[in-house]
Ligand binder design. Structure first.
Ligand SMILES: CCCCCCCCCCCCCCCC(=O)SCCNC(=O)CCNC(=O)[C@H](O)C(C)(C)COP(=O)(O)OP(=O)(O)OC[C@H]1O[C@@H](n2cnc3c(N)ncnc32)[C@H](O)[C@@H]1OP(=O)(O)O
Length: 152
């Protein structure tokens, strides 16, 4: 897949500060399929430093995990419906209902990090996603998300 999951979001859902392609001030995170899981790559700019020099502040870590989680939920739900993003019916939209983060190690700024997502369960409007953020192959933070399909 060369197109990011977020690139399939309808225009009106593309202004998120973390991942909206139409938000020029935001991070514009891009998530992709990687086999049965999802992956995003991002380099945190030094301006997002936490209290310890060289390390990111926790909100930034949570933000990346959050946006990758909702994108993953949309992709997992789509595939579970038997089609890929961009095919078939309009894709379902998810928002974060609950997100827990375990900060295991400091996350460096200025180095590429990867965020991965794995489907834990899919039940009705609810998708649970296991998430991890790693730098240089070392997991710095883990997350668990409950994403709920948005009712318009
Ligand atoms: C390519 C694809 C395109 C798709 C296109 C996508 C575009 C999509 C834009 C994405 C852009 C990025 C997004 C970034 C990620 C955010 O930052 S999203 C922003 C942060 N999140 C929010 O603002 C959400 C605020 N909360 C809400 O709006 C509502 O609480 C919710 C989550 C929609 C749920 O409300 P509701 O629809 O009335 O549903 P409700 O019946 O309350 O709950 C449904 C189920 O979830 C459970 N539940 C709800 N909340 C919780 C909770 N906190 N803990 C445990 N269980 C819960 C309920 O118990 C219920 O379970 P069941 O009884 O069905 O078993």
């Amino acid at each position: 897949m060369t197109r990011a999951i977020q690139d399939y979001y309808p225009e009106r859902f593309s202004h998120c500060f973390g991942c909206g392609r139409n938000n020029p001030h935001g991070h514009q995170l891009k998530s992709y399929w990687k086999g049965d899981e999802t992956i995003a790559r991002f380099t945190i700019a030094p301006m997002y430093s936490g209290g310890v020099p060289g390390n990111a502040y926790g909100g930034m870590v949570a933000s990346l995990i959050d946006c990758h989680g909702t994108a993953s939920a949309a992709a997992f739900a789509c595939r579970a419906q038997g089609h890929e993003l961009g095919e078939g019916a309009e894709p379902v939209r998810f928002v974060t209902a609950s997100l827990t983060i375990d900060y295991l190690r400091p996350t460096p700024v200025g180095k590429e990090v990867t965020i991965t997502g794995r489907l834990m369960s899919l039940e009705g409007r609810k998708v649970r996603v296991a998430l991890a953020l790693a730098a240089g192959g070392t997991v710095c933070a883990r997350g668990e998300m409950l994403a709920v399909q948005f009712r318009e």
